[in-house]
Ligand binder design. Sequence first.
Ligand SMILES: Nc1nc2c(c(=O)[nH]1)N[C@H]1C(S)=C(S)[C@@H](COP(=O)(O)O)O[C@H]1N2
Ligand SMILES: [Mo]
Length: 223
Amino acid sequence: MRQQDAGAPRLGAPGAASPGRRAASPPRGLPPGQHLQDGLPVMHYGPVPAFDPATWDLRVTGATASGREQRWGWEDFRALPRAEVVADFHCVTKFSVLAVRWSGVPAAEVLRVVPPAAAVTHVMVWADFGYSANLPVEALREPDTLLATGCGGQDLTPEHGFPVRLVVPSRYGWKSVKWVRAIEYLIGDRRGFWELRGYHNNADPWREQRYSYQEQPDEAPEL
Ligand SMILES: Nc1nc2c(c(=O)[nH]1)N[C@H]1C(S)=C(S)[C@@H](COP(=O)(O)O)O[C@H]1N2
Ligand SMILES: [Mo]
């Protein structure tokens, strides 16, 4: 069934060894109800944003421990520690692409550089044009969760999220937000774009958490 030992994520950056990292390799292969596909299709809602390195920024907002907002410009962001991850990608529309090779900044690095306040439980990841996805803060500590700038050994293409996209292999693909511009620290859970529109708040492909009607009362804010 699950192949626990195939293709564990490769991590090279010092920031990757955060205290919250998972001990075991994440599940591998094909989750229930999925079929295999070769290569990532382009899947998103709305237009592809233009990128201007002079004005682009990535902000960390909300309940930071310091009470201050963090802002990285493009050059600042590129100077952060980097890692490579090989991970399977599962879209809720039922295609899966195995062993996608991503490079970028471990999401745990964000928590290291900008510690959240003690009360922080979740994050909202924001993209251009208001797309968003919510995650428990622990999902950013998973060793294969990456703020990716590259895929397959090259820079991301604009359609796949250039300059920076989140990759969260432990969740269905809609939480892998492309064109990330902000990470908001939350002191409670709040639904993102698709989580407000019928998709499951938790989105674990191994538990086939596709739709909001499957949610248990304690696992999501009320719709
Ligand atoms: N900003 C943004 N990110 C997004 C989406 C979107 O509509 N807007 N769609 C998501 C969905 S549903 C999937 S399956 C993946 C697809 O990533 P890809 O186009 O690189 O294959 O992007 C995710 N990230
Ligand atoms: Mo998707």
